[in-house]
Design a protein around this ligand. Structure first.
Ligand SMILES: [Zn+2]
Length: 168
């Protein structure tokens, strides 16, 4: 079950009823895990069955989130085999020595883009305008998206645009 909470200056309040649904005791220690863009409140002391139930449902939530995103991206039909950016991933490993980055005023953490000029046999390397793309997705996660046939072109688009893909 999920509830929408809006944090205020006082933080987020979790009602006793909500704690009860999650089988969290209201008179024992709870363990709060601060994750990226998520908080997990665990029972402070657990038995083996309780720990496994917690781990299993957490894994389920993680899988639901990935499924949600792959559904947002939709199946890969529209783009032809060659236009999906996945093929270019290996070639995306552009790098510049630090001194060249500094001289060009490209921040350390900026992604790089290469533009090839065939006429004068030159390559222009510049800072990408976007912060995220498929290169930020861990390989095993990317494999999951590939395995379910999600459109990686769409996925990359959402990575670059950083538009809202979850919640209204
Ligand atoms: Zn596609």
């Amino acid at each position: 079950m999920n509830f929408v909470k809006r944090p205020s200056l006082k933080g987020v309040y979790i009602t006793p009823g909500t704690l009860k649904i999650s089988k969290l005791p209201d008179n024992e220690k709870l363990e709060l895990h601060t994750l990226d863009h998520a908080l997990v409140l665990l029972k402070g002391q657990m038995t083996a069955p309780e720990l496994l139930a917690a781990a299993h449902t957490l894994a389920g939530l993680a899988a639901d989130l990935i499924t949600h995103l792959s559904e947002v991206c939709g199946p890969c039909e529209q783009c032809g085999e060659n236009s999906c950016p996945y093929d270019d991933l290996d070639e995306a490993g552009i790098d510049l020595p630090d001194y060249l980055r500094q001289e060009a005023g490209i921040p350390q953490d900026a992604k790089l883009c290469a533009e090839v000029n065939e006429e004068n046999s030159s390559v222009t390397i510049s800072a990408a305008e976007h912060r995220h793309d498929l290169r930020d997705i861990p390989p095993e996660l990317l494999e999951t998206f590939t395995a379910v046939g999600a459109c990686l072109g769409e996925l990359e688009e959402h990575m670059i645009m950083e538009d809202i893909v979850y919640g209204k």
